[in-house]
Design a protein around this ligand. Structure first.
Ligand code: ZN
Length: 242
């Protein structure tokens, strides 16, 4: 089975369409989305509708929850907060209602899928360090857990000895004895200093994970952000992948 796994579209339609187009040549069997379809970007409705048609499995993220008033935004940074309030005011109520029916944590084909972390998924913890990963390995079953949330692609391996190793490889062959937490990166707001959209292909027969990066018309999205009256910084950061 070949899975295409993406996360964090953040209402960036140009980026999402570039991924949809690239996905056509990937011969995938299942398309999975790990949450945060909205927030930051200017086209929440279009992205939500495209996602409904495109993805087999859809999760929700902290920005989606925030738009629905389901999570506290006191701790959001000022631009994220502004974008949440903008989305709440501008996204079709019907789409907001549908978005409210999605979950932030699911198992599918024995894969653990979660927006933030298997440990307390609704608290939106980040997994950056070996220590954070260690706790999380105790909170899911099976070999693989796919996450989004930080927008930073990373493969974290727990060896049978218990040792945890962080890996940054475009193409990675899974070791059958190890368990993994895999951050699939972000479609609509990459933050690893590479502005190109990120998606992952997981081939379960071959046991191979592959990150793919594709360019999209960033300036078009930047113009739409400014026209929508969203914070300028949100346009600026897309150009840098930051
Ligand atoms: Zn996000």
């Amino acid at each position: 089975m070949r899975y295409l796994i993406i996360s964090d579209i953040h209402a960036n339609l140009e980026a999402f369409e570039a991924v949809i187009a690239a996905a056509e040549s990937e011969r995938v069997d299942r398309r999975i989305f790990l949450g945060d379809v909205v927030g930051y970007g200017p086209e929440p409705d279009d992205c939500f509708r495209r996602l409904e048609d495109w993805a087999d499995i859809r999760l929700t993220g902290n920005h989606d929850y925030a738009v629905l008033g389901l999570t506290d935004i006191t701790y959001f940074n000022p631009v994220a907060k502004q974008a949440v309030l903008w989305t709440r005011a501008n996204m079709q109520p019907e789409n907001q209602q549908k978005m409210g029916r999605l979950h932030c944590h699911e198992y599918y084909d024995s894969l653990c899928l979660v927006h933030s972390s298997p440990y307390q998924p609704e608290e939106w913890h980040y997994i950056f360090t070996v220590h954070q990963a260690q706790t999380n390995f105790e909170y899911f079953s099976g070999q693989l857990c796919f996450i989004g949330h930080s927008h930073i692609p990373i493969i974290i391996e727990q060896k049978p000895t218990g040792e945890i190793v962080r890996r940054l490889q475009h193409r990675y062959i899974l070791s059958p004895e190890s368990r993994y937490i895999i951050n699939v990166g972000s479609v609509g707001q990459p933050r690893d200093n590479d502005p190109r959209s990120c998606y992952m292909v997981y081939d379960s027969e071959a046991g191979i994970l592959e990150y793919k990066r594709i360019p999209y018309p960033v300036t078009k999205t930047q113009e739409k952000i400014l026209q929508a009256g969203l914070p300028e910084f949100l346009a600026y950061r897309l150009g840098l992948g930051y």
